[in-house]
Design a protein around this ligand. Sequence first.
Ligand SMILES: NC(=O)c1ccc[n+]([C@@H]2O[C@H](COP(=O)([O-])OP(=O)(O)OC[C@H]3O[C@@H](n4cnc5c(N)ncnc54)[C@H](OP(=O)(O)O)[C@@H]3O)[C@@H](O)[C@H]2O)c1
Length: 269
Amino acid sequence: MFGLSWRKRWNPSGSLAIVTGASSGIGRELVALLIADGCRVIAVARRAERLAALTDQFGDRVVLLVGDVTDPRSVDEAIAIIERSGEGRLDLLVNNAGIGGIGRFDAADESRLRQIMEVNFFAPAMWCRRVIPLMRSNRDRHPVICNIGSVLGHCAVPLKSEYCASKFALHGLSDSLRTELAGDGIAVTLVSPSTTRSEFFDSLVGTDANQVSRSIGSWPPERVAQATLRAIKRRDNETILSLGGKSLVYTDRIVPALLNQILSRSVKS
Ligand SMILES: NC(=O)c1ccc[n+]([C@@H]2O[C@H](COP(=O)([O-])OP(=O)(O)OC[C@H]3O[C@@H](n4cnc5c(N)ncnc54)[C@H](OP(=O)(O)O)[C@@H]3O)[C@@H](O)[C@H]2O)c1
């Protein structure tokens, strides 16, 4: 009786999107899928040569924005691009750019926490704040803010304290904004991938080279991007990806004390 037929879907065709972290991994794959579905994309990342490959492939369906997501000038530039396009509206923001770090909290210096929080939390918060007016004026097209979180934004594990903190913060922001923006017709979708076989582990900050990340099963970035686009089109509130990811999150919800014990034993003092 209470089906989901009332729920508005997001339509990529003819839409304009911003995807941060578009130079590799999940972001790059998502740009390709969005463009294949008829969307135009402003692709944001720091590595110009990687972004340039997107233009080679997709021509003027993609607009490159070489910049750091933590720099307010990158948002200014994105908004200037939207205004120059003559439409002054935005249909989708994907806050995907992210970094990680592995190692004991007490052995790291303050900069690991600061860097990870800047990229994974303060930057998405800044991008959300700045684009909300462009989405509010565009409610007929059912705009979406999609934040790429992590299963570690639902269940915290040892040796990734800064990353967990940043993704829990993004989770909280997403849940709060979702209800705050519902009346404006803006959906907030939190996508929480588990381990993904991207370049993510090649650029860990403040991390010893011998640190490894263990997880059950992993997905290729294409599969994460497909699941992300599905969640965006359905304007889902949240989606937790992969069997391993779901197992971790639901074990934590059902038997948190047991999981705590298991995780504590996994750490060598
Ligand atoms: N890989 C995993 O196991 C995993 C699991 C759960 C969640 N996630 C999340 O998924 C998202 C995408 O990660 P991925 O796996 O696709 O990793 P990735 O291949 O390393 O991609 C990260 C992207 O973020 C961009 N980026 C990083 N710092 C930036 C900055 N300061 N300014 C602008 N762009 C920046 C990188 O581009 P440039 O270096 O060119 O700037 C790159 O395009 C992240 O939010 C990550 O936390 C990943």
